[in-house]
Design a protein around this ligand. Structure first.
Ligand code: ZN
Length: 136
């Protein structure tokens, strides 16, 4: 039971449009999807770098998770997402290993993924998301 690769790195940004411009102009990357995730109170933008995506996250509500993150810590890396097969089994396994879960069940994330977060208190201060693309 191992993740296959780093699916994406989530980066909290204050302004999505200017961050998109940065990634396009400085790195020549192509933003292939912009999507609002209402229950997470974010707008997201995606770029591919090899097999890994950059997920830019802009808050749509200061009380949402990204809004609070930026208020507390400023812009920056928010989470790292591991691609897995059978996300339910991985969650159960993590819990059995004593990891505190933010999501006990997978939910729908952006870009067609089923996602779940582990609690950073259990993972050396890094917010880890595990995700599965069930459409593949
Ligand atoms: Zn993510």
């Amino acid at each position: 039971m191992k993740p296959s690769h780093i699916e994406h790195i989530g980066i909290a940004v204050a302004d999505l449009e200017s961050a998109i411009t940065l990634y396009e102009k400085v790195f020549g990357l192509n933003c292939y999807n912009i999507e609002e995730v209402a229950d997470q109170k974010v707008r997201t933008a995606f770029f591919m770098i090899g097999e890994t995506k950059i997920e830019l996250l802009e808050s749509t509500d200061p009380e949402g998770p990204i809004g609070k993150f930026i208020e507390k810590r400023g812009e920056g890396i928010h989470h790292i997402a591991f691609a897995v097969k059978n996300i339910e089994e991985h969650l159960k396994h993590a819990e059995e290993q004593g990891v505190k879960l933010i999501d006990s069940k997978p939910r729908k994330g952006a870009d067609g993924l089923d996602i779940a977060f582990l609690h950073p208190k259990s993972t050396s201060g890094v917010l880890i998301e595990i995700c599965e693309n069930k459409n593949r």
